[in-house]
Design a protein around this ligand. Structure first.
Ligand SMILES: C[S@@+](CC[C@H](N)C(=O)[O-])C[C@H]1O[C@@H](n2cnc3c(N)ncnc32)[C@H](O)[C@@H]1O
Length: 260
């Protein structure tokens, strides 16, 4: 059921995917040429790969509390770091795209829901050393392992918050760090919570902020959440990248939906 859903979605996405010459929006064309087609500095990508290898080769077990939708692959509460990483880490190309997008829009305040072992956060920080990055993780052991990754960065503006997302919202602990220029929602892949995070964060972001939602095709309900979010009146441009969805609030753009 799930596999046929994803396969059908993948074929549909491939059919609708745009290439550079079919993009009419100048704003998107520039982003596409500079960010999507762009590359990261060699030394940064080498450092990211080294950190990722360190996590993938870490066979220590940890006590992992899952506050999200649960993993499709890891069923034990005492997985190894390596097992958990292979089930949850983002691909290098997706992490790089997020980091380059933040750089391109000069995002100064970034909020991430779902630190995991901190690899995307670390890449964001290496590419955007002056940005303030607030990252939330509910699993304490996972967040502690992430802090060992952050300690290895030469310079960073990362602030870790160990908390369930809902609790941080309820306790209003994020508000003092806003308004956010970029928000990355990468945890608790269910429709209701995802819509709740989006609605809440709309009040704490800059006028032309960028939202990134990961795993929009993790399930049918996540795809529904993305469809609702991308048709929200405050989202002007929506980019459907199959795995990730990017929504721009920039009020100067006309409402458009692109499969990239
Ligand atoms: C897919 S992983 C994040 C991957 C990470 N952003 C990266 O790119 O490497 C999702 C993380 O969110 C955390 N998480 C899920 N639901 C949560 C919730 N409701 N509150 C706090 N953390 C949660 C999980 O423990 C997990 O570490």
């Amino acid at each position: 059921m799930e596999i046929s859903f994803q396969l059908g979605e993948w074929m549909n996405h491939r059919l609708k995917k745009k290439s550079a010459h079919s993009i009419h929006s100048p704003f998107l064309f520039d982003w596409y040429q500079i960010v999507y087609k762009g590359k990261l500095q060699e030394d940064i990508i080498a450092n990211y790969r080294r950190l990722k290898k360190e996590i993938k080769n870490d066979h220590q077990t940890l006590f992992h509390q899952d506050f999200g939708a649960g993993s499709k692959k890891v069923k034990t509460s005492k997985p190894t770091i390596s097992q958990l990483a292979s089930a949850s880490l983002k691909s290098e190309s997706e992490a790089a795209l997020i980091a380059r997008t933040a750089d391109y829009f000069q995002a100064r305040k970034i909020l991430e829901f779902g630190t995991s072992f901190g690899l995307t956060t670390a890449l964001l920080a290496m590419v955007n050393p002056d940005a303030e990055i607030i990252t939330l993780e509910g699993s304490e052991a996972v967040a502690q392992r992430a802090s060992m990754i952050f300690d290895q960065l030469p310079q960073h503006g990362i602030r870790q918050i160990i908390s369930q997302f809902d609790l941080a919202i309820e306790q209003k602990s994020l508000e003092e760090y806003g308004p956010f220029d970029m928000m990355i929602i990468d945890g608790n892949h269910r429709m209701k919570p995802t819509l709740h995070y989006f609605d809440y964060l709309l009040d704490f972001c800059s006028e032309d902020a960028v939202f990134v939602f990961d795993d929009i095709r993790w399930s049918k309900e996540m795809l529904n959440a993305w469809k609702i979010i991308s048709s929200h009146p405050r989202i002007t441009l929506a980019l459907d990248m199959f795995g990730m969805g990017i929504g721009f609030l920039n009020p100067d753009l006309s409402k458009e939906y692109y499969f990239i």
